[in-house]
Design a protein around this ligand. Structure first.
Ligand code: ZN
Length: 128
């Protein structure tokens, strides 16, 4: 799995290398994810881009939105202020494209909350 950090001026075009701090955070999130969940054997083929601006494609008003998984290009975009959403996006990779509707994700949301990663039970439509 590759990490890339991108500048604000050219969010998607200019790779400026990995920030050491952000990269270690991402590695920690990934290791935490893999300690509990399976199915990410394809992850080495994916690229994670840390973007300076919040992605807006697919965003819905009032909905949490800090990352996006692009199946065709095997790319995950993460907003630099929301690196904790990495396990969420990796879970999409593990489950495949049908996971876009987050059906059956409450155990995952419970795990995220328990680990102190992210509380998105409301977003996932789960009891809090
Ligand atoms: Zn999602």
């Amino acid at each position: 799995m590759r990490w890339r950090a991108l500048t604000a001026a050219s969010t998607f075009a200019l790779a400026v290398g990995c920030g050491p701090h952000g990269e270690s955070n991402l590695t920690a999130y990934l290791q935490t994810y893999q300690s509990r969940w399976d199915g990410v054997a394809t992850l080495p083929d994916w690229t994670v881009r840390v973007v300076a601006e919040r992605p807006t494609q697919g965003a819905q008003q009032g909905k949490f939105f800090a990352g996006e998984t692009f199946w065709d290009s095997r790319t995950i975009d993460l907003y630099q202020g929301s690196l904790s959403v990495l396990p969420h996006e990796v879970h999409h990779v593990a489950l495949g494209p049908p996971s876009a509707d987050h059906q059956g994700w409450c155990p995952f949301g419970d795990w995220e909350a328990r680990e102190g990663i992210l509380d998105e039970l409301g977003y996932l439509g789960c009891p809090e």
